[in-house]
Design a protein around this ligand. Structure first.
Ligand code: SF4
Length: 340
């Protein structure tokens, strides 16, 4: 069995705001093994990015309350000192952000930014060693003429090239876990495919684990082994990528899969959607947060609107679902939705 490199237990994050408490993440748990790619999917506001930020303790503002455990390489990120967490960031767990232009500093050359990330964990490295590491990383992520280009600034690179540089910064210390938060959203489809290929190649080389956060089911289908579907700050389905597409077990997943448009739909200008809008995380609906949008909602006074469904294993297989429908209903409706 592969080594567990990240273990998350009962992670909850809330923020105090002038409008009320935002319950951004509620009771999220999962493990990640070396070499594994885990997709986290859901609409905007489902808690994906806050979950990702918490894994590196990036949400530690005065307004945030974070509880639970996030263990990386034997250290509990949420309950260690600032020095310990600085030692883990970049070295054991690193992050690629959505927009490479705002992730890079426009005042420094790209070489200086990769060098800085390396020197944080290799303070004794000589100038020549650091320069060689920068050239090697630029070569690895496919930047041509790295000896010259390391002296250039972010604005001198295309969007795809900038994302490659952000990946170089994230990987320069060979982290065990890479969090990629919508890494291809700002890129066109050709460059998107190149960046995903690059991440998978680097994963094969280093055996790092990847958490890929996206709203794009096509992207997860291409690269992930397992997937968490999030809604209203909770995990509502946990499945292998194959099971999610062949036998999904939650009404929200059925809606997400049903909203993937075919070429025919696009030609007809007919985009499929899930009725309603995602909930405000300040006033999450009672019981199952999805109930105002769920076609299987059993009405006022039912468990759907009064009891938060527990994430449980569905008897037909390995998938876990947080829904009050019984297993027989879930399996038969799930199958019929896939066939539609
Ligand atoms: Fe729909 Fe009820 Fe299941 Fe929620 S618990 S997804 S409202 S059937």
């Amino acid at each position: 069995m592969a080594e567990v490199v990240l273990s998350v237990r009962n992670l909850s994050v809330s923020f105090n705001t002038p409008d009320g408490v935002v319950h951004a993440v509620n009771d999220v748990s999962f493990d990640l093994q070396a070499g594994e790619t885990l997709g986290i999917v859901g609409e905007s506001g489902s808690g994906k990015s806050v979950t990702a930020g918490s894994l590196m303790r990036l949400n530690n503002s005065v307004t945030a309350t974070t509880t639970g455990n996030v263990v990386v390489n034997g250290v509990d990120v949420l309950n260690c000192t600032e020095d310990e967490v600085r030692g883990i960031r970049g070295q054991d767990i690193a992050m690629v952000f959505q927009d490479p232009l705002s992730a890079l500093n426009p005042y420094y050359s790209v070489g200086a930014q990769i060098a800085e990330a390396y020197q944080v964990h290799h303070a004794d490295a000589s100038k020549d060693e650091v320069e060689q590491v920068v050239i090697d990383m630029l070569t690895k992520v496919g930047i041509p003429h790295p000896e010259t280009r390391l002296h250039q600034y972010p604005h001198q690179f295309s969007g795809g090239m900038r994302q490659r540089i952000v990946i170089a910064i994230a990987l320069v210390n060979k982290p065990k876990v890479l969090i990629a938060d919508e890494p291809t959203t700002a890129l066109d489809v050709t460059v998107q495919a190149q960046i995903l290929d690059l991440m998978m190649d680097l994963q094969r080389e280093t055996n790092m684990a990847i958490i890929l956060i996206t709203h794009d089911l096509g992207v997860v289908a291409e690269v992930a082994r397992d997937v968490l579907v999030m809604y209203g700050g909770r995990v509502v389905e946990k499945a292998s990528i194959n099971d999610l597409f062949v036998a999904p077990t939650h009404p929200y997943s059925w809606g997400l899969l049903g909203a993937v448009s075919s070429l025919e739909d696009l030609q007809r200008g007919h985009l499929k959607t899930i009725a309603g809008t995602p909930p405000s995380l300040i006033s999450i609906p009672s019981g199952c947060a999805f109930h105002p949008r769920c076609e299987f909602y059993e009405g006022v006074g039912s468990r759907c609107s009064s009891e938060v469904p527990e994430l449980r294993t569905i008897s037909s297989g390995q998938s876990m679902s947080a829904c009050h429908l019984d297993d027989v209903q879930i399996v038969s409706i799930g199958k019929s939705k896939v066939l539609q």
